[in-house]
Every structure is written in C-alpha cells, then in structure tokens.
Write a protein that binds this ligand. Structure first.
Ligand SMILES: Nc1ncnc2c1ncn2[C@@H]1O[C@H](COP(=O)(O)OP(=O)(O)OP(=O)(O)O)[C@@H](O)[C@H]1O
Length: 479
C-alpha cells in the first residue's frame, strides 16, 4: 500500500484499490502515474494484463477529485465491450466521488445518449464512430473543456484496419481543446509511434516495459500443425480434453470471420459444449449478453472474432485457442493476452496449417520466442473426424437457410453509406473490375497458348527435319 502513496495518490484512492485487491503498483502504474499527476502527456506500452487501465484511471480520478466538473475526461476505445469495462473501473475506483460517467457506443439508443451527454458527466467513455456522430449532430454538449483525453488501445484507434477510425478521430480531435493532457496506452504501441506523437504533442513521457519477450512469462504458447480439413476435429478434441481435465477452466476461441464464428458456435453446441459467440454481426444486446454469460462462467467457452481480441479482462480464461493463425503478430499478442493476466498462468494454442507457417515465423520474430508444439494423439482426433465434419456441414446448411449472408450484405452496404460511398456504384465498380480482371486473365492465357503452340510447332519442325536427315542417311547407305 505504501507503494501507491509514494506515487502521490490520495489515501481514499489507495483504499479503493485495496478493495479490488490492487495492493502494489504494477510497473506500468509505478512509472506512468507520477508523470500523469505532474501534468505530462503520457504514452504507456506494457504487456497485456499488466494494469494499464488503472495506470490512467487512478491519476485522472485524483485530479478530478481536486477540481470536479463535467465533462472532465474523454476516453476513446476501439470496441463497445471495452468501453463498458473501462467505465466499470472508473465507477468502482471513483465511487467515493459520486462519479458520473457516460458510455457512448454504437448499437445503443442515440437519443438517450445525447440526453446523458447534456447532463455533463465527469467521464465520457466512447467508441469513436458514435461520439463523432454526436458531435456532428448535436450542440447540447461540449468537450471543449476536457482536461484529459485518453486513447486506450491507441495503436488500434490510429491504424487503418477493417474498421477505420481516422475520419471520426479527426472530428473528435477538432472538438477537444489543444490544452489538455493526452494519455495513450496499449500493449503494442511501437508500430504507430509517429502517428501517436502527433496526437500527444506536449513532449509526452514515454514508458515501455523493457522485457525482450513481448508476451507474459506465465503464458505457455503452443502450436499444432494441422491440415485445414482436420482443424475442427482438433478443436473439438482440445475442448473435450480441457473440459475433462479441468472443470473450472474457461476457454476463448478466436476465428477469422463472423461466419466461421457463428458456425463453430453452432457446431460446438451440437456436441453439447457450453459455448457462446461474440462477433460484430450480432445485435449489441446479444453481444453484451454473451459476454456476461461467459464472464459469470455460466458458459465456459467464448468463440469470438477479433472484436474480443483486445483489452477484455476475464480472469477465469485459462486457455486461448486460435482457430486460425493471426495474419499480424500484433493481433496474436492481443488475442493470447486474454489469458495469463495479472500474474496468473495460462495457455495459448494456435492451429497452424501448412500455408500459415510463415505467419508463425513472423509472430515468433515479433514476440522474440519460439512457440512449442502441443502434442496430440492423432488417432484420437481421427476417431471423431467424420462426426465433426458432418456436424460442421450440417451447421453450414442450417446457417445458409437463415438470413446471415443477407445481413452481412446489408451491413456492408450500411458501412459504405457511412463512408459516404454509393453502394450500387461500388457494386458496379467491383463488377467492372472483376470483368477487366477476367479479360486480362483470358488475354494472358491466350498469349501463353499462342507461345506454347509456336514452341510445339518448332519442336515438330525440328523433329521432322531430323527424321528427313535420318531417312536421307539411310537411303544413301543402302545405295
Ligand atoms: N497493481 C495491481 N495489482 C494486482 N492486480 C492489478 C493491478 N493493477 C491492475 N490489476 C488487475 O489486473 C487485471 C488486468 O488489468 P488491465 O485490464 O488494466 O490490463 P491491461 O494492461 O489494460 O491489459 P490489455 O493490454 O489486455 O488491455 C485487472 O483485473 C486489474 O484489476
């Protein structure tokens, strides 16, 4: 407890921490809290599960208690679930202050959110898209006077991934004051350091944990080399094995698409596994419900896309299974970081096909360690192979009978409209590109065929000449 007071935190905050079992500051807290309290911008890069949230929540609450007003702080985060989790930390640690917070995320009622914003909450926790919508459409609130801007998972907010936040961020950054403290945190900050420096302009204090290996020591990292067609059987085998051996273990499984996530969930349920799915094609209420069921251990298995890869803090997760090898080492680091948090042990198993070996090498290069093979009795897996593949096919057929693909199409159209594009024009453009591609392919094939025909003709001519020469020789010899 002495640790926290030496950082300059007040005794009421230290009491709140101890109620949560946070007794000694973690390195990221020890290093980042003092400069934040001094008024400096801060960029903190520390491993997953190392307490980065409290590293910004605690000093902000202390500053808020000294001069309380609303809106005092804005926290931006890439996913809706993470926004709730951060709000929870603020609520628990800031309880003695009578803290008012407000969560601004997509998929929830916009009018109710606007009303809450107009009531000047101390802390606003938001995903960029929805907050930018509010800024564009309403003048009933202002973030012109905020003291703190926090970007959690800052590298994700700034990168141009499948959800591109940059335009919304621009709207938000124009609405906040230049005079502010900016705090940026992530387990993988270094790739986007230059972009980050433009957001935190005020000579930011930069702290990065110095360990060579970028994942936590307590994490046992394994891989299984599997043919693509046998992957699902391995997955079922692994889950069965862990469930048989450890009654209280929770497992998170990551997939590359919403559809795979949905199908695998249906399939695991066919095998009576207690699983729930979490992906962006679900309604927000279903997403929260799924996560709540998993967090409370009512369901022991969560199958998710990368929407759940970052930040989620669920202490009971003992195993992470990557159903696909992540294409980027950074995604791997965040996914496997859902286990082995705050000093606990955990295991991550990545299913690797022969086509993904280069991805594993890239991951190993980034995390600075080799993954070890997870030995499996292959004949045990082969015993369930047909049953699993039949179940999967049945689930695929069931899903085809629903409007899942249709919904996906509608979502795509919505996204294009939000990006200011005309979906019909985009479809036309895509079809035209496809046509050009096909024509090019045909042309290439035609040229290759012509070249080949010429070569064949040449060979035939040579052969004919040779034959003629041989016949002439034979005729001369017989004369
Ligand atoms: N000093 C501490 N001592 C013990 N536990 C702590 C301490 N600080 C935070 N924790 C706990 O550690 C867990 C992980 O913290 P947190 O979610 O902030 O990690 P993180 O570094 O943000 O991880 P990620 O990179 O995955 O988002 C939480 O349950 C939190 O309550």
């Amino acid at each position: 407890m002495e640790g926290f007071s030496s950082l300059g935190l007040s005794s009421w905050l230290i009491d709140q921490c101890s109620q949560l079992g946070i007794l000694k500051p973690s390195p990221v807290q020890e290093n980042c809290i003092p400069p934040i309290l001094e008024g400096r911008d801060c960029m903190g890069c520390a491993k997953t599960g190392s307490g980065k949230t409290a590293a910004f929540v605690l000093p902000i609450l202390q500053k808020l208690s000294e001069d309380p007003f609303g809106i005092f702080c804005l926290v931006l985060t890439p996913t809706r679930e993470l926004a709730y989790q951060i709000a929870e930390q603020f609520r628990v640690l800031g309880k003695p202050l009578g803290l008012k917070d407000c969560i601004i995320i997509g998929g929830m009622d916009m009018v109710a959110q606007a009303l809450e914003l107009s009531r000047k909450p101390h802390i606003v926790i938001a995903t960029p898209g929805r907050l930018a919508d509010h800024i564009r459409s309403s003048n009933t609130f202002s973030i012109k006077k905020i003291r703190f801007l926090v970007m959690d998972e800052a590298d994700r907010l700034l990168e141009q991934g499948c959800t591109d936040f940059t335009q919304d961020l621009q709207v938000i950054l124009e609405a906040v004051p230049a005079q502010r403290q900016t705090l940026l945190f992530s387990a993988t900050l270094t790739d986007t350091l230059q972009e980050l420096k433009t957001v935190a302009m005020n000579k930011p204090f930069f702290w990065e944990s110095t360990s060579e290996v970028r994942t936590v020591e307590q994490l046992d990292q394994r891989y299984i080399l599997v043919p693509e067609k046998v992957k699902d059987a391995y997955l079922v085998y692994l889950i069965q094995k862990f469930q048989d051996e450890h009654e209280d273990w929770s497992i998170m499984i990551f997939t590359n698409t919403c559809k795979t996530c949905q199908i695998l969930n249906m399939m695991l349920r066919e095998f009576s596994f207690p699983s729930v799915a979490l992906h962006s094609m679900m309604k927000q209420k279903q997403r929260f419900a799924a996560l709540a069921k998993f967090k409370s251990s009512v369901f022991k298995i969560l199958i998710a896309t990368d929407v759940a890869a970052r930040g989620l803090d669920i202490p009971t997760v003992q195993v992470v299974i990557n159903h696909n090898t992540p294409g980027l080492p950074k995604i791997y680091i965040h996914r496997v970081g859902r286990t082995a948090r705050a000093g606990r042990n955990g295991m991550a198993i990545t299913l690797v096909t022969q086509y993904d070996i280069h991805l594993v090498h890239a991951i190993e290069g980034q995390i600075n360690m080799k993954l070890e093979e997870f030995k499996v009795k292959e004949n045990e897996v082969l015993k369930i192979l047909t049953q699993v593949n039949v179940a999967r096919r049945e689930c695929e057929i069931k899903l085809e009978c629903t409007d899942f693909d249709e919904k996906k199409e509608i979502n795509k159209r919505k996204q294009l409209i939000l990006e200011g594009k005309d979906p019909d024009l985009e479809a036309k453009r895509k079809a035209e590109l496809e046509k050009i591609k096909k024509q090019k392919k045909k042309f290439k094939e035609h040229i290759q065929e012509t070249i080949q025909n010429k070569r064949d003709a040449q060979v035939r001519r040579k052969r004919k000449k040779k034959l003629l020469r041989q016949q002439e020789k034979a005729a001369k010899a017989s004369q």
